[in-house]
Design a protein. Structure first.
Length: 88
């Protein structure tokens, strides 16, 4: 499983997403869209491909293999469901 967390300084949702991933015990790569132009370009591209046109990109954006999650709430729901499946 490959996980990339796109963040920026001062982003509360980014902090929550990082804590959720850490708590789940899954390794992830964090990329700061303010310091890394390639990361910023990727977030814009993901928004263009997966969201309605004209939606302003926000962080966090989380990519798990081929799945994209926009925001900590989407990630949290996914991790919770993943935990239920592995417990069954």
């Amino acid at each position: 499983m490959t996980i990339t967390l796109y963040t920026q300084p001062g982003c509360g949702g980014c902090i929550f997403a990082a804590k959720d991933l850490t708590k789940a015990g899954v390794p992830f790569t964090e990329r700061n869209v303010r310091a890394d132009p390639d990361a910023a370009d990727m977030v814009h591209r993901l928004y263009q491909e997966h969201r309605d046109p004209g939606v302003v990109p926000e962080t966090p954006v989380i990519v798990i293999d081929d799945e994209v999650f926009f925001g900590a709430v989407e990630l949290h729901a996914y991790l919770r469901e993943l935990g239920r499946e592995s417990a069954a």
